[in-house]
Design a protein around this ligand. Structure first.
Ligand code: MG
Length: 159
């Protein structure tokens, strides 16, 4: 077994599309970023890479590479799963936490869970999505940023 952790934060700005876990969030702000700025999928990607000692998202998908401009971050997760498979590992479960002051994410939780499960090739019962506010503290609390943590467990294939 291997465990990996990922964290990411993106500044929120007016007029940007807001995607979290590959799901479009209806809000008047969205994350600034070279790709689609999906902080949850970036954290998940780093957790997958971390579990397999494959570095981090910036190493494989540079934010100065025009290839990844406005890219769907699901591609990073899919590629990380493939890289992990190349090392002989597959996901067992994922637990993620979103820190966002607004909007409330309860209406999106099921769709985010299903999308992450699909990207990881897991049944949705093995994916947990948590969302919380920052109680008004810091950039997340001010509504200026979204941050995400992700933990994944990986197992050696063929066991
Ligand atoms: Mg990011």
């Amino acid at each position: 077994m291997r465990v990996g952790h990922g964290w990411d934060i993106h500044r929120l700005a007016s007029g940007r599309q807001f995607k979290l876990g590959g799901v479009l969030i209806d809000w008047d702000k969205g994350p600034l970023g070279h790709s689609d700025g999906d902080a949850l999928l970036h954290a998940l990607c780093d957790a997958l890479l971390g579990a397999c000692a494959l570095g981090d998202i910036g190493l494989h998908f540079s934010d100065s590479d025009p290839k990844w401009k406005d890219c769907d971050s699901g591609r990073f997760v899919t590629a990380a799963v493939e890289m992990a498979s190349g090392r002989g590992f597959r996901p067992v479960n994922a637990d993620v936490t979103i820190i966002l002051e607004a909007p409330k994410l309860a209406p999106y939780r099921e769709a985010i869970t299903e999308n992450i499960a699909s990207l990881l090739g897991l049944p949705k019962e093995r994916v947990n999505v948590k969302a919380k506010t920052a109680e008004g503290f810091g950039p997340e609390g001010a509504g200026d940023a979204v941050s995400c943590h992700a933990v994944v467990l990986m197992e050696e294939q063929g066991r």
